[in-house]
Design a protein around this ligand. Structure first.
Ligand code: PBG
Ligand code: ZN
Length: 322
């Protein structure tokens, strides 16, 4: 008989044989930025998460700095929307101004710019729309323009989340042509059409005005196709590949880790966060223990990088444990 319980008998022994450890360095915190001033607007569907105007961003950036997490991913929420999402590639757009602000006052904070059109278009889709169809190739130059504009503003990394085919290649080429050969791309490679994104869409005001995103985001049922998406993004120049959402797709995270040698990121998305927060508010679960268990599971499945709205809380709890 194996005495497995020998190494479980005390916290010291359990700690000694622990296979997976999460560190603040693994974590990235998403931040929503809005136009206007003196705004710290709570998002009803995401308790504890706010939309900040640029003049109040320092409140959360101070917390980010203190937490020693690895960085932030920015989502701009513009006042002005149009058919072509021009706010995404306006050098003076909300995201560009937020990036410049952060790099000026917090030069050490890693700033990742999410690249997509949905927050900036009236129809709320991630690409250009014609006769109810989401156009692929016509969208690519706009995404590339947005990426270059964020890099110019000082973004340390570009993260395309649109799921158009060929966007990684188009963005890599545009970045290189504009002198940003050293700006890495974290590709949302296996991004599934998921019901877990709905709180985010409230936060970013990016719910599609008609239809859904199933013609460009992946079908939840498809694991092998996820491998092909990741292969293609690597071929087109991705430096980091992402699986999104995380918890319901840990098999995809594991497959990505086993099949590819690039860093793998997993996005613990808004719906995953809000379910935990809602259950915790009701007293049904222990928030701290659930969050740390979820995060260690994402890492154990193979993620090197975890994007999560729990990042600041988790970093605090991890510090307590040392
Ligand atoms: C924009 C984008 C979305 C998320 C990240 N970038 C929403 C979507 O595709 O509808 C989701 C993040 C989350 O739910 O936390 N394309
Ligand atoms: Zn989008």
């Amino acid at each position: 008989m194996q005495r497995f319980r020998r190494t479980r008998s005390t916290e010291q022994l359990r700690r000694l044989v622990r296979e997976t450890v999460i560190s603040p360095a693994d974590l990235i915190y998403p931040i929503f930025v809005v136009e206007g001033s003196d705004i710290k607007d709570p998002i009803d569907t995401m308790p504890g998460i706010y939309r900040y105007s640029i003049d109040r961003l320092n409140e959360v950036l101070d917390e980010v700095k203190e937490s020693h997490i690895s960085g932030v991913i920015l989502f701009g929420v513009p006042d002005h929307k149009d058919e072509t999402g021009s706010g995404a590639y306006d050098d003076n757009g909300i995201t560009q101004r937020a990036i410049r602000h952060i790099k000026k006052y917090y030069p050490q904070t890693l700033v990742i710019a999410d690249v997509c059109l949905c927050e900036y278009t009236l129809h709320g889709h991630c690409g250009l729309v014609c006769d109810g169809h989401i156009l692929n190739d016509e969208t690519l130059p706009l995404l590339a323009k947005a990426a270059v504009s964020y890099a110019k503003a000082g973004a340390d990394m570009i993260a395309p989340s649109d799921m158009m085919d060929g966007r990684i290649g188009a963005i890599r080429e545009a970045l290189d042509e504009n002198g940003f050969i050293d700006t890495p791309i974290m590709a949302y490679s296996a991004k599934f059409a998921s019901a877990y994104y709905s709180p985010f869409r409230d936060a970013a005001d990016s719910t599609p005005a008609f239809g859904d995103r199933k013609s460009y985001q992946m079908d939840s049922a498809n694991g092998r196709e996820a491998v092909r998406e990741i292969e293609e993004d690597i071929a087109e120049g991705a430096d980091i590949v992402m699986v999104k959402p995380a918890l319901a797709y840990l098999d995809i995270v594991r497959t990505a880790r086993d099949r590819f040698s690039l860093p793998v990121a997993a996005y613990n998305v808004s719906g995953e966060y809000s379910m935990v927060k809602a259950a915790a508010e009701k007293g049904f679960i222990d928030e701290k223990r659930i969050v740390l268990e979820n995060l260690v599971s994402i890492k154990r499945a193979g993620a090197d990088i975890i994007i999560t709205y729990h990042a600041l809380d988790a970093a605090g709890w991890l510090r307590e444990q040392i």
